[in-house]
Design a protein around this ligand. Sequence first.
Ligand SMILES: NC(=O)c1ccc[n+]([C@@H]2O[C@H](COP(=O)([O-])OP(=O)(O)OC[C@H]3O[C@@H](n4cnc5c(N)ncnc54)[C@H](O)[C@@H]3O)[C@@H](O)[C@H]2O)c1
Length: 465
Amino acid sequence: MDFPRPEEEYWSHRRSIPRGSLTMKRRQFLATTAATGAGCLFLPTLRLFGAEAPSNKLNIALIGVWGRAHAHFKAIEKENVVALCDVNEKHLDEAAVKFPGAKKYVDWRKCLEQKDIDAVMVCTADHLHAFVANWAMNRGQHVYCEKPLANSVEEARVVRAKYLKNKSKLATQVGTQRHAYDNFNRVQELVRDGAIGELQQVSAWGNRQLRRAGYLPPGGEPPPYFHWDLWLGPSKLHPYNADYFSGGAGMNCLQWNMYWDFGTGQVGDMGSHTMDLAWNAIEAGLPLTAEGRGEPFNPEVSPVALEMHFDHPANSWRPPIKVSWYQGGVMPASPAPWVDLNKIGHGALFEGSRGALVAEFNARLLIPFGDASDLTYYKPRRKEDLLPPVGDFQQEWIKACKGNLKTSCDFDYGGTMIEQMMLGLVAYRVGKKISYDGATGQVTDCPEANEFLKRRYRDGWTLEG
Ligand SMILES: NC(=O)c1ccc[n+]([C@@H]2O[C@H](COP(=O)([O-])OP(=O)(O)OC[C@H]3O[C@@H](n4cnc5c(N)ncnc54)[C@H](O)[C@@H]3O)[C@@H](O)[C@H]2O)c1
């Protein structure tokens, strides 16, 4: 026998209640039941007690339901997936077999209007991330957004500001799931506890090299089940070409993310993951300066070979530091001739007054150097003092939606990091070292750079909706 969910009784009055206040009430209910179990007071039977009781489930909309989205199926299958949205109707039908109770949409703007959505997972192409995330937060919906969170400085700032304004109500997570590897915590502990002395410089790099000549030529009409115009969304019109989607499930992004209208190449792609390894340890905000060098700027495709450098001010536990990103075969200098950083496809190097720490996602190598580097200044933590494990990364967000709203890669942390990376691309584009005012989001010494802080959108598309 089915018992009515307590919130369903409440929801039956929804027509007379404005959307925002209503959706918040359901979300507050979820948070309260998760935190205190108080929801049980309404329930007619013991059968519904516990974390998996229907009343404790999140109503989730999955936007972009194929490819990367498959990696989230396990995390959301115990929740209520109430909406599916994809511009590819074949993908939509496939996902509907897994989640038969969900309504189907091809336009995410219509999907977000579905009234019972608590939380949204965004797995679309990069150029839609900030749009969907921001619109969802405007509707009081929690958001998990695949990386990169934004494709421009402006997008990063808008999404971050929206989250900060609503952080007492919303849980957000950028899809940088490697963050949950224990090695991230260990690296942070070594750096903060002084294993390399005083931190001076941090470099992260990625060696993936995908070269594209320019936007693909017209490739005929899109198939009838594929909504190309909606895929383009706010980006300029380009002719359809099936080769943009020839990568296979979870790999298609490598076919389109090099093109400026759809992505930011390896800066937004592996840059999101690998700079996270550094960012997690250094407690940085927005940089004071940015500089970018690489192959000549191409207005159609992002560069393969690139280096970007940022000056960050001191904080309470370290002096000012330099933070750098290298990609496409350009590498930081190795801390010792016998350490070949080229052997690490995606890694980070922390340099301090008494040594260096080389890390990849899962492992680390401490290199004390100099006569004073006897490690007497560093004491490994006791087991009970280690940073707690993040645990399952998607579940961290789901629990946060239902409870304390805390996640390890919220839109403040992830938004600040991607703003720095997008600023580096602006510096690369103008070919100058630029000074940045993080409070206003303006470049202070290069007026032409301010032009490139934003993307231009097609008529009818607005980031704030
Ligand atoms: N966190 C990770 O490790 C990781 C790994 C792979 C991809 N990703 C990210 O996931 C995202 C998707 O990558 P992918 O390789 O799965 O790409 P993809 O091109 O296969 O797209 C995934 C799905 O989203 C749909 N989609 C695209 N735009 C849409 C829109 N506007 N509205 C609704 N549906 C839309 C596509 O039709 C497809 O079904 C990218 O942003 C990528 O950076 C993250």
